[in-house]
Design a protein around this ligand. Structure first.
Ligand code: NAG
Ligand code: NAG
Ligand code: NAG
Length: 434
C-alpha cells in the first residue's frame, strides 16, 4: 500500500534513474574498472585490477588518480632462476599498522609504518616482512622497542597471530615464497622455534643447512616450491644459528643503512652489522628505503623518483647487483607506479633483460622482449566533480571490489522501482563518498 501510493509514475522514476546513471558513468573518461595508471578516478572501483584510487598531495597531485597497489608476480613469468635473482617488496615493521587496536586500557604511544593487515600486504604482492619480536607477557610479541624491552604502550600483538596469517597465505598460495626478517629480542630458550612450530610454519621452513654459504646461488624458485621450502627466516641475533638453526641475517645478506642515513640522495652506505655491499660472500641484498620517523603523507613522495634513483645508486654500490628486497613504509603510497613499478623494472632487468617484467616472454631467451605499450603517464585532465576525501583507498584483496552497477540496477528496475528510489540516493552517496 505504501509503495503504491508513493510511486505512481514508474516511467518518470525510471528515466530519472537512467539519467543519474549516465551522468555518473560519463563524469569520468573511464569507469567500472577500466581506468589505467594515472587516469582520473572517483572511486576504487573505477580503476583496473591491481590499482586503487588515491592521490599524492605532497607532490601537488591533489585530484584522485588510479595508483598501483600490486606488483606483477615474477614467478608466473620466470620460475627457473635462483631465488637470489629476484626482487621483492618488503614491508618495514609490517605489524605496526595504523588502527591496530591498543592493549585494553592502554593509550599506545608509538609510530606506525603500514596501513593494512599482513594478510592484505601478502595479497598485494609483499613477499618480505620485517617483524620486531620481544619476550612479553610470557609470550613473544610484536612490539616497538626501548632498549630491547616491550612496553604495554608500544606493544601490538602476540607474534603467533601474525605468523598464522603467513601460514594461511602460504597454504592458500602453494607457489609463493615469503621471507621474514626478525629484529630479535627474544631470549626465551627455543622461543622462536616453538613459536614458528605453533604457527604451523615448520613445514614450510627453508633449512639453514641448505642456504648457500659463500655467496653462491640459491636453489631456483621452482626447486624451493617443489621442496615446499617456501619460508625464509632471518634473525638479527647471531647466537640463534648455533642454538636454533635460524639463519643470522648478516651472514646471508648485505644491507644498506636504514632510517635517515639510508635515504640520502646519491649515497648507499651499508649498515654497520652488514658486510660491504659489494661483498661477494653473501648472495642476498636488502635495501632499506624509509626515513627514521615514518610520515604517512610524505611516503607517496619517497616512493616516486627518489626511490628509483636510490635503487640505481645501491645497484652501483653493490657492484652492479640489484637489491633482492626493498623495504619501505606505507608500501601502497606513491604518485602512480611506486615501489611496484620499481620492482617490476628490477625483475625485468635481472630475470629476462627487459625494461620491465611485463615485457618478458615465458620461455624466451634472455633479452628477447615483448613490444609492450607503456601506459600513458600524462597528467589526467578529466577530473570528476565529487567529494573525494583524498585518503588512500585500498583494494582489500587481490581481486577487484564489486560495486553496484547501473546496468544491473536498470534491469531490476521494473520490479523494484519503488524500493530503488531510496537506494538511488544511497548509491549516489556511495559512489562519491567512499
Ligand atoms: C602499563 O605498564 C605500566 C608500567 O610499564 C603500568 O604502570 C601500567 O599499569 C600498565 N597499564 C595497564 C593498563 O596494564
Ligand atoms: C614496437 O612498436 C613500435 C610502435 O608501435 C614499432 O615502431 C616497433 O617497430 C615495434 N617493434 C617491434 C620489435 O615489433
Ligand atoms: C659498503 C659499501 O659498499 N658502501 C657503499 C654504499 O654506497 C656508496 C655509494 O652510494 C659507496 O660509496 C659505498 O662504498
Amino acid at each position: 500500500m505504501f509503495y503504491r501510493s508513493k510511486c505512481r509514475e514508474p516511467v518518470t522514476v525510471y528515466l530519472l534513474f537512467q539519467l543519474i546513471c549516465s551522468l555518473l558513468t560519463s563524469s569520468t573518461a573511464c569507469s567500472n574498472g577500466n581506468c589505467q595508471v594515472l587516469e582520473a578516478c572517483s572511486a576504487a572501483t573505477d580503476c583496473g585490477p591491481g590499482l586503487y584510487c588515491g592521490n599524492c598531495p605532497a607532490l601537488g597531485l591533489n585530484q584522485p588518480l588510479c595508483i598501483r597497489g600490486q606488483p606483477t608476480l615474477p614467478t608466473s613469468t620466470v620460475n627457473g632462476l635462483p631465488f637470489n635473482k629476484y626482487s621483492w617488496i618488503v614491508t618495514h615493521n609490517s605489524f605496526s599498522i595504523v588502527d591496530a587496536p591498543p592493549l585494553p586500557g592502554v593509550q599506545r604511544l608509538t609510530f606506525y609504518n603500514q596501513e593494512d593487515t599482513v594478510t592484505n600486504q601478502l595479497r598485494n604482492g609483499v613477499r618480505g616482512l620485517m617483524l620486531d619480536m620481544y619476550d612479553y607477557q610470557d609470550d613473544i610479541w610484536l612490539c616497538h622497542s626501548f632498549r630491547g624491552q616491550c612496553f604495554n604502550f608500544t606493544a601490538f600483538q602476540p607474534a603467533l597471530n601474525t605468523l598464522k596469517e603467513v601460514e594461511a597465505f602460504l597454504t592458500e598460495n602453494p607457489t609463493e615464497i615469503v621471507t621474514i626478517i626478525i629484529e630479535d629480542y627474544v631470549h626465551t630458550p627455543k622461543g622462536l622455534t616453538n613459536l614458528f612450530t605453533s604457527a604451523g610454519l615448520d613445514k614450510y621452513w627453508f633449512p639453514l643447512s641448505k642456504m648457500p654459504k659463500k655467496g653462491d646461488d640459491w636453489p631456483t624458485v621452482m626447486e624451493m616450491v617443489q621442496a615446499n621450502h617456501r619460508l625464509l627466516v632471518f634473525t638479527s641475533d647471531a647466537s640463534k644459528e648455533a642454538e636454533e638453526a635460524i639463519a643470522y641475517q648478516w651472514k646471508h645478506m648485505v644491507e644498506n643503512e636504514s632510517g635517515d642515513p639510508g635515504v640520502q640522495k646519491g649515497s648507499c652506505p651499508h649498515r654497520k652489522e652488514s658486510k660491504a655491499l659489494n661483498s661477494k660472500s653473501s648472495s642476498l641484498f636488502l635495501m632499506n628505503y624509509f626515513p627514521t620517523y615514518p610520515v604517512e603523507t610524505d611516503s607517496c613522495k619517497e616512493h616516486s623518483a627518489p626511490l628509483a634513483e636510490m635503487v640505481n645508486t645501491c645497484y652501483k654500490a653493490a657492484g652492479n647487483v640489484l637489491p633482492n628486497f626493498i623495504a619501505v613504509n606505507f608500501y601502497m603510497r606513491s604518485d602512480g607506479g611506486g615501489v611496484f613499478d620499481i620492482v617490476d623494472k628490477m625483475n625485468g632487468h635481472s630475470l629476462c633483460g627487459c625494461a620491465t617484467l611485463t615485457a618478458c616472454q615465458v620461455g624466451a631467451p634472455f633479452g628477447s622482449c615483448k613490444n609492450i605499450s607503456t601506459p600513458s603517464t600524462s597528467p589526467a585532465t578529466n577530473i570528476p566533480a565529487g567529494s573525494f576525501t583524498g585518503s588512500v583507498q585500498f583494494s582489500k584483496s587481490a581481486s577487484p571490489i564489486n560495486s553496484p552497477n547501473c546496468l544491473i540496477i536498470l534491469l531490476l528496475l521494473p520490479a523494484y522501482y519503488c524500493l530503488l528510489t531510496t537506494i538511488m540516493t544511497k548509491y549516489y552517496h556511495i559512489s562519491y563518498a567512499s
